[in-house]
Design a binder for this molecule. Structure first.
Ligand code: FE2
Ligand code: FE2
Length: 132
């Protein structure tokens, strides 16, 4: 069951970035489900995939920032780094289901993505021309 639901309200009206965000949310749903269903092998694999994909996504956004010399870049990039640290914290907390904080952290990080899209990403994307 999907716990994180992507909705059009989360759209930043940019096809590439919207598709990235949808993929991240899909991975978070898979992470949450596999953790709760105690499929720890799959959970570990999805977590690695999520880490790699988030890195790819942040690199894309940060390239856009560099392209337009974005004045909000420092704060935005700081948020990306904090998020990645938390995701690594989740990975380091183990993929064997023994840490009860995992579920809480997955939940927190999934909603972080949705909030970040509407608060930070949209400010950046609105400045991109042309808006794809
Ligand atoms: Fe971002
Ligand atoms: Fe983003």
């Amino acid at each position: 069951m999907a716990i994180f639901n992507w909705h059009d309200n989360y759209s930043v009206k940019h096809t590439v970035i919207d598709n990235h965000h949808k993929k991240i949310i899909e991975l978070f749903n898979s992470l949450y489900d596999n953790f709760n269903e105690q499929n720890y092998d799959i959970y570990g694999t999805v977590l690695d995939e999520l880490l790699a994909y988030v890195d790819y996504h942040f690199t894309t956004e940060e390239q856009y920032m560099a392209d337009i010399n974005y004045e909000g870049a420092k704060n935005h990039i700081h948020e990306h780094r904090k998020f990645t640290e938390k995701l690594i914290e989740l990975k380091n907390s183990g993929s064997d289901g023994k840490n009860e904080n995992c579920q809480e952290l997955i939940y927190y990080l999934g909603f972080w993505v949705l909030n970040h899209e509407t608060e930070k990403d949209i400010e950046l994307i609105e400045l991109l021309v042309p808006n794809k």
